[in-house]
Design a protein around this ligand. Structure first.
Ligand code: FAD
Ligand code: MLT
Ligand code: ZN
Length: 485
């Protein structure tokens, strides 16, 4: 397990859980939603990366906003620390307790409240699993504006709280644009009803935006209103090989220019990432002649006219091949082949976990400089580690991952702070889409100036929300906030 938590001291002003507290929670939630079972707690105490481990003795599963409100009000009055947990697929150690915080998981709040078939506006409880929401809206002729490898487990409340990016970002943009409304419960139990279903609403400050990406530090998101785009009838996916990174970059520019409105994903992986997937995931096959290419690009188009879209894609591919930007490629002929292409890209995170220890970095960098970091890291680490570069090239988001058989502090010392300093010099972001969590809470200064961090503290809304919530200290709610401030 990671060493970060051992550097932090438990705040002594937080109370320890008593049997009276547990009885009180049983009164609010009923016996079966107050979980003390050791096996279940073991899972909830450990993150997806198996890097961070808390020692919580209590998991609460509220079924309504009112129950969330009662729990938080009580915890606030008793000074009990809490951590909101969704699908626990977060990659920065923000979803698990650091110490003995009470875990609150709203997975039982998984009802769809309404769906407007004209506007595509979905209102649901925040514990709904992303993939279930996608299946629901697909049946209505729409799709979710976000998609990610963890879709089978992550909850929409977790997506909102991390401002998840994912595979459709290049087309549909950030949740800051797609989320139309939220309901959230503050630490003192106050329910904020911001659950609008309006595209346009200029009546004062847009307070919900503060909750998007706030990683549970301001409150628990209990309901979500989200704009879903229409499902388009023609989807094409091409799996391509490029001889070098410069070709991938040029291809991106060309794709934006020539595919324009139909482009819906532009992802890349290097040969090391491909090897990782082929070695560790069963049944995966490289659709192109193996080991010949250094880079792979996955391009998806979504449009409304099958023959026009296909023609457009094929003309683009032909021109790019003639121009030398693409060395080889294949267009999926059916839905099975399409999902096998996606499986390669989406499976990298899982393959890395199977290979041993992973040092995971999620960076926003200028596209033209991005891969230099991967190469410099390879030079630094030599044979001691495998260095992988993949990610959402269309969004200038690099996933730099370093794989070793087991965790080793000397390897870590070679990577950090080098990777953060490098990113900072480029004015990049040390967290493009995964959030700060416990992993990067203390590294925020690499991407935000001291004045900006100070402005977080003095932001009237943050003070209002947290001040309203409790008068002890900032960061009462959530486990990662106190490290920042
Ligand atoms: P959790 O992991 O449970 O929690 C994440 C954070 O949100 C924590 O700080 C937690 O306290 C807080 N939180 C959770 N629910 C609530 C709530 N209701 N109210 C308030 N706070 C809450 N991320 C991307 O951005 N793009 C990707 O492409 C992507 N791909 C992934 C692929 C894999 C295989 C995996 C394992 C992860 C991936 N992730 C990706 C990271 C992760 O899936 C996302 O961050 C996701 O949005 C987290 O949702 P969750 O429900 O699992 O939240
Ligand atoms: C991805 O894009 O695959 C995810 O963000 C997970 C990862 O970074 O490994
Ligand atoms: Zn990603």
């Amino acid at each position: 397990f990671g060493s970060t938590a051992t550097k932090i001291q438990r705040n002594p002003s937080y109370s320890a859980l008593t049997s009276d507290d547990i009885n009180h929670f049983k009164e609010i939630l009923g016996e079966k939603n107050v979980i003390q079972d050791e096996d279940r707690l073991l899972t909830a105490n450990v993150d997806w990366m198996r890097k961070y481990k808390g020692s919580s003795r209590l998991l609460l599963q509220p079924r309504s906003t009112e129950e969330v409100s009662q729990i938080l009000k009580y915890c606030n009055s008793r000074c009990l620390a809490v951590v909101p947990q969704g699908g626990n697929t977060g990659l920065v150690g923000g979803s698990v307790p650091v110490f003995d915080e009470v875990i609150i998981n709203i997975g039982s709040m998984n009802n769809i409240i309404s769906f407007d078939k004209v506007s595509g506006i979905l209102v649901c409880e925040a514990g709904c699993i992303l993939e279930n929401l996608d299946s629901f809206v697909v049946n209505q002729g729409f799709i979710m504006p976000l998609d990610l490898g963890a879709k089978g487990s992550c909850q929409i409340g977790g997506n909102v709280s991390t401002n998840a990016g994912g595979l459709r970002f290049v087309r549909y943009g950030s949740l800051h644009g797609n989320i139309l409304g939220l309901e959230a419960v503050l630490a003192n139990g106050t329910v904020l009803d911001m659950l609008a279903t309006l595209r346009k609403d200029n009546t004062g400050y847009d307070l919900k935006q503060l909750f998007i990406g706030s990683e549970g530090s301001l409150g628990i998101v209990t309901k979500v209103s989200i704009l879903t785009p229409p499902k388009l009838s023609s989807v094409n996916i091409a799996f391509l090989a490029c001889k070098d990174y410069s070709s991938c970059q040029k291809l991106l520019l060309e794709a934006k220019r020539k595919l324009g409105e139909v482009l819906s994903a532009f992802e890349f992986l290097d040969n090391q990432s491909m090897d990782m997937v082929l070695t560790h995931l069963e049944g995966v096959r490289n659709p192109l002649p193996p080991s010949t290419y250094d880079f792979y690009v996955l391009i998806e188009t979504m449009g409304s006219d099958e023959s026009y879209d296909r023609e457009k894609l094929e003309a683009f591919l032909l021109r790019s091949m003639e121009g030398g930007l693409i060395s080889d490629g294949v267009v999926a002929q059916d839905i099975n082949q399409a999902s096998s292409f996606w499986h390669i890209r989406e499976g990298i995170a899982e393959a890395l976990m199977k290979a041993g220890a992973v040092y995971k970095y999620d960076l926003s960098l200028p596209v033209e400089k991005m891969y230099n970091l991967v190469e410099e890291m390879r030079l630094r680490l030599g044979q001691s580690a495998k260095v992988l570069g993949y990610g959402h090239l269309g969004d200038a988001n690099l996933h730099l991952n370093i794989s070793t058989p087991q965790y080793d502090d000397t390897v870590l010392a070679q990577i950090e702070p080098f990777v953060y300093e490098w990113t900072s010099k480029q004015r990049g972001s040390i967290s493009a889409e995964h959030g700060l969590g416990l992993m990067k809470a203390n590294e925020i200064h690499y991407s935000k100036s001291p004045e900006t961090v100070n402005a977080f503290l003095t932001n009237p809304f943050v003070i209002l929300l947290l001040g309203l919530a409790n008068d002890h200290s900032m960061g009462e709610l959530g486990n990662d906030h106190e490290d920042i401030f």
